[in-house]
Design a protein around this ligand. Structure first.
Ligand code: SAM
Length: 266
């Protein structure tokens, strides 16, 4: 079990360091790109323009939900993360042009990458501090893990479908996310060897929140998860762990997630 990682090295930090330390390299890169066709490792202005338009749509959604969210806008960290992570690289090639529509998309194995507004809201609800270690249950494409890695120090993410875990690990590695560890396994058990966590996010819906996950949350920590029956409306809830081990629960918005499956689901 790998529970530590190198210091975070976000995309933004890498690009900033490239511009500061080797501006000529950026210049050469731009000349090279202008003569090339699509290169998945690089950004072109079209993707970043679309990503910013998506961010505006997310902000409008957040503003509409301000009463339940307790805020009318995204924090600067989450806003920056949504403007930075290249969602188009986490979706299957045939859906790439739809990556910056504010919708969930299929990622194979009957699973989905979540709607960007939901990704932003769930990240915001965790109120992550830059020094925090976060657990995500349900890696899927790896996109949400990348968003979390932009605002947290360390991210552990666990996925039950081996092929998705491998693919997410490869994409995140290619993008240079050294502060994310992708684990393969059943998230019902959490990650006892890496606990306790400052924050936990569950991105598949269990019928009832597994108690094990709450046990792996630090006092003062937050857990966000959709909970409810399969193929019906579920509720996105936030649990805030108190010093005495009890939890305050807030019901946020109705949602529709793929079910959390695994041993404890039978
Ligand atoms: N966060 C993902 C992303 O950014 O693409 C989307 C997650 S998708 C809505 C839910 C994921 O949870 C699926 O990949 C599914 O295989 C996974 N999953 C379901 N039950 C699980 C379990 N018991 N443990 C770990 N992963 C699980």
């Amino acid at each position: 079990m790998i529970c530590t990682g190198a210091k975070p090295s976000t995309l933004f930090e890498k690009l900033r360091s490239l511009v500061v330390h080797a501006p000529w390299l950026v210049f050469v890169g731009l000349i090279f790109m202008s003569g090339s066709t699509y290169s998945p490792g690089f950004e072109d202005t079209d993707w970043s323009t679309r990503r910013l338009a998506l961010l505006r749509a997310i902000e409008a959604d957040v503003s509409r939900h301000q009463i339940v969210l307790g805020s009318s806008s995204l924090s600067s960290g989450v806003s920056h993360a949504m403007a930075t992570v290249p969602r188009h690289l986490f979706v299957p090639e045939q859906f790439r042009t739809l990556a910056y529509d504010n919708n969930p998309l299929p990622i194979g194995h009957q699973q989905t990458i979540s709607q960007p507004t939901i990704v932003a809201i769930m990240t915001e609800l965790l109120a992550i501090d830059p020094a925090d270690t976060v657990l995500e249950v349900g890696t899927g494409s790896g996109y949400q893990a990348a968003v979390l890695a932009e605002v947290a120090s360390q991210v552990h993410t666990i996925e039950i479908i081996a092929e998705l875990a491998v693919s997410a690990r490869n994409i995140l590695h290619d993008l240079g996310y050294s502060n994310i560890t992708v684990h393969e396994g059943d998230g019902y058990a959490g990650l006892p060897d890496c606990a306790l966590f400052d924050a936990i996010m569950v991105t598949a819906a269990p019928a009832v929140l597994p108690r094990t996950l709450l046990d792996q949350l630090k006092p003062g920590g937050r857990l966000v998860a959709p909970v409810g029956p399969r193929n019906a409306t579920q509720w996105l809830n936030v649990w805030i762990k108190q010093d005495d081990g009890s939890c305050e629960i807030r019901r946020i918005i109705p949602v529709r997630f793929v079910p959390m499956v695994g041993e404890s689901d039978e």
